[in-house]
Structures are given as structure tokens and as C-alpha cells.
Design a protein around this ligand. Structure first.
Ligand code: PLP
Length: 432
């Protein structure tokens, strides 16, 4: 299978090249040249399959030209080492809990798949790979933990100083080994911009083998389609249509859901739910797409002013804006609304994290306007990851899961970095 750039369908590369490069040279995102559809039988019988079995079939459909059956099995088995249950929150509304992995956020799925696939594709090469990651929180922790100790790979994480919760920070600044953290005087978008610039810098790329593990990388992005299939497989069989609501920042997660839909999963509608960083909801409601500076919120993993995966949404709907706007409905919420929802849902007996709260609220508002649906919202992080916000909202203390508590005892190790690409370049050029 070839992968093409969203900026130029004529630019096509192999799987290995797409994964190792991350971003196309013209700054486009790689996309599979064809989207395979799964058989009606597979969909009809999906509820009888395990999460792994769903994974073999779905990843097999995409990667069977490039990887052996055994490699695909290895990849899926390495990725799916924790469950993603759906939990009923109220009548017809389910939480897809994606936080049962090592860093308690959905990015663990993509990070584990990505590190495994990269190490497979690099076998036999003697060049060290540098993975550059910009993070507003969860990407850094998931990628750092996914790549920790992977031979031949060094991970360099850029994060905005003072804009990431202590707990999130601990998860990527305390690991040591092949994980380096650079603390940037700026916001997330500054970090993302420097990383993008590094990938385009000729001199840097002659000296170093640089790659990305942000959701722009197909190896991070594609495996996220798996849990949409799995969630669907566990929903009760009814005559109602299915809607998925996805709390969104860079829009990789929802784009993977749309990929699943294009592969034949009968999802009728998507809700793109954001905080006040509402570029996409504004666009879906008829305004021009206008990137903006990101605004800090309590759902900080979604504080993105220029969503990097947006081009994938368009391409997945054949570059037809009308269809995109029909199939994806945008909603956005303030921090006050988010807190209110967390309190309301707590009274139903379920604790939301601030990101999941945004997803839940989008789903509720969609379903209030559109009867006849069963709804799933993606609970993208464990509430304990955003402990301060959740405790303040709910006025009660949370018990941290053991895995999270363990990170808090580590020693933070970072290097400061000015918000200046030349400084970043100097740092990279000094690596051997
Ligand atoms: C990254 C993240 C999101 C946003 O996901 P995108 O794929 O960037 O849209 C939502 N919630 C949490 C907890 C995250 O870490």
C-alpha cells in the first residue's frame, strides 16, 4: 500500500517511508491510497470477536501488503494490552473508557502501536532515529512511555513551560534513558511549530534521522480506528443509529473514527466536541476555517488553535465539505459548562475527566436535537490525570490509581529551551 500526501496526491511513499518521515516533505499528512472496506459478515459477527481479533482483521485489511500475518499479530498484541470497555452512564449513553493503559489516556494505544511498528521497520538499520514530539500534556507521556527503552530511538519532547499539569509532566520528565524533555518558554502551538520546522530543515535532516510521533504520524493515527470497531461491537443491538462524540484537539482521534466509518463501520454521525478552542466547530457551522492562537482551558490536552489533523477529515470525505458538515456536528463548551457537566454526571454515579465531560456534553446536546440514536462518547483520560481540576469541580478528593501515583515520586529532569527555532536547531545539531 502506498501513502500519499494530503497536499499532493501524486506524492506517494511506502509504509516505511511514511512512518519514518512522519510528515510529508510538502507538510501534508500521509493518507492510505485506498481505504479497504471490511466485509458485511465481519461487521455482522463482530460482537463475537475479542478486541485482539477485531484488531487482526482491521489492521490486516490496511497493512497486509506490507506486513506478514505474524507481524500484524505482534503489532496488535503489543498494542492491545488493556481493555477499552464501554460503560453505560445513562439510558442510551455510553462512555468508551480509553484510559486503562500505562499512562491512563487514549494516546497509549497509538504510542504503543507506533513504537512497535517503528522498531519493526528499523530492524537492520544502524542509524539512530530521533522522535520529535510537541505536547500539551498527554502526547508526551504516552509517547515517552511507549518508546521507553526502545533501542535505536531517542525521544525528544517539547512542552510549554507551566502549561502542563504536574502529574502529566512527571510522566515524561522523570523517565530518563532514551527520553529527553525540553521545557519551552511558550505555548503548545510554539512547540508544534518548532517541531514542524525541524522536519523541514534541510541541514538538520542531512545530519539526523528525524521522525514524529504526533498524531500526524500514520503509525499513531491509524490504530486509533480499532477501538471504534470494538466499542461498536459491544453496544446492545437496537434499531437505533449510532453516534460517536469525540473530545477533540488536534482531531486525530475523530479522524480515526471517520476512517473506521469509511472502512464500513456503521457509524451514522460524529460529534466533534471542543473547549473554547473552537476553530472546527465554527467551521462546521458555516464559518471559514481560521486557525487561532490557542486559549488555555481546564481540558488542556485540547488547547489547540490550529488542529493538525483537520486535512484528514476533508480527505476522508472525498474533499467534499458538504458531506463533512453533514456527517460531523460541532459543539464547543466553556470551562464553566464543563465543570457543570462534571458535577451533573457525578450525581448519576460516574466521574468524568474534563475532556470526557466535553465529549459527553456534545453527545447530550446532539441527542437532544436528534432523537433515535444510541450514543458513545470517548472518555480519553482517567479523571485522576486531571486531579486538581476534578477535585475542585466535584469538591471531593480522588484516589489516584497506583500506576499514576508511582510517577509522582520520580525526579523531574528537563532542559530549558527558548521559543526560538534557531536555539532548537542548535540543540539538535549538537547531538551525535
Ligand atoms: C490528546 C487528547 C485529546 C485530543 O485528541 P486529538 O486526537 O488531538 O483530537 C483529548 N483528550 C485527551 C485526554 C487527550 O490527551
Amino acid at each position: 500500500m502506498k501513502f500519499y500526501s494530503t497536499n499532493n496526491p501524486q506524492h506517494q511513499v511506502s509504509l516505511a517511508k511514511a512512518v519514518i518521515k512522519g510528515l510529508a516533505p510538502d507538510q501534508g499528512l500521509y493518507m492510505p491510497e485506498k481505504i479497504p472496506t471490511l466485509s458485511k459478515d465481519f461487521i455482522a459477527n463482530i460482537s463475537g470477536l475479542s478486541f485482539q481479533e477485531v484488531g487482526y482483521q482491521v489492521m490486516g485489511a490496511l497493512f497486509s501488503e506490507d506486513l506478514t500475518k505474524e507481524e500484524i499479530k505482534d503489532l496488535v498484541d503489543h498494542t492491545i494490552v488493556f481493555d477499552a470497555p464501554i460503560v453505560q452512564v445513562e439510558e442510551g449513553i455510553y462512555s468508551l473508557e480509553l484510559f486503562h493503559g500505562p499512562t491512563l489516556a487514549f494516546k497509549d494505544f497509538g504510542a504503543r502501536f507506533c513504537s512497535k511498528l517503528m522498531s519493526m521497520l528499523l530492524t537492520g538499520s544502524d542509524k539512530k532515529v530521533r522522535v520529535l514530539v510537541a505536547t500539551s500534556g498527554d502526547t508526551g507521556s504516552a509517547v515517552a512511555n511507549g518508546f521507553l527503552g526502545v533501542e535505536g530511538v531517542e525521544v525528544i519532547i517539547l512542552f510549554p513551560k507551566g502549561k502542563v499539569s504536574e502529574l502529566q509532566e512527571k510522566q515524561f520528565t522523570t523517565l530518563g534513558k532514551n527520553i529527553k524533555a525540553l521545557e519551552v518558554e511558550g505555548v503548545f502551538d510554539d512547540c508544534q511549530k518548532m517541531v514542524k520546522e525541524a522536519f523541514l530543515d534541510k541541514e538538520l535532516n542531512e545530519k539526523l534521522l528525524l521522525t514524529s510521533a504526533n498524531s500526524i504520524n500514520i503509525a499513531r493515527w491509524i490504530p486509533q480506528a480499532l477501538y471504534y470497531f470494538y466499542a461498536y461491537s459491544r453496544l446492545p443491538k437496537t434499531n437505533e443509529k449510532v453516534v460517536f462524540s469525540v473530545p477533540s484537539g488536534n482531531f486525530g482521534n475523530i479522524a480515526a473514527g471517520i476512517l473506521a466509518q469509511r472502512m464500513g463501520l456503521p457509524i451514522d454521525m460524529f460529534v466533534a466536541a471542543t473547549n473554547v478552542n473552537k476553530v472546527v466547530p465554527d467551521y462546521l457551522r458555516g464559518n471559514p476555517f481560521e486557525a487561532m492562537a490557542s486559549i488555555p482551558t481546564i481540558s488542556n490536552s485540547m488547547d489547540v488553535g490550529n488542529p493538525s489533523n483537520f486535512p484528514r477529515l476533508l480527505v476522508l470525505y472525498g474533499n467534499n465539505e458538504e458531506i463533512l458538515k453533514e456527517q460531523v456536528k460541532g459543539y464547543f463548551y466553556t470551562d464553566e459548562e464543563t465543570v457543570e457537566v462534571m458535577r451533573k454526571v457525578k450525581s448519576l454515579g460516574y466521574t468524568l475527566d474534563p475532556h470526557g465531560a466535553v465529549g459527553y456534553k456534545g453527545l447530550k446536546d446532539f441527542m437532544a436535537e436528534n432523537p433515535g440514536y444510541q450514543g458513545v462518547f470517548l472518555e480519553t483520560a482517567h479523571p485522576g490525570k486531571f486531579r486538581d481540576v476534578v477535585e475542585e469541580a466535584l469538591e471531593e478528593s480522588l484516589v489516584l490509581p497506583e500506576r499514576l501515583a508511582a510517577f509522582m515520586t520520580g525526579q523531574k529532569k528537563v532542559e530549558p529551551l527558548e521559543n526560538d527555532f534557531q536555539e532548537f536547531k542548535k540543540y539538535l545539531m549538537s547531538l551525535d
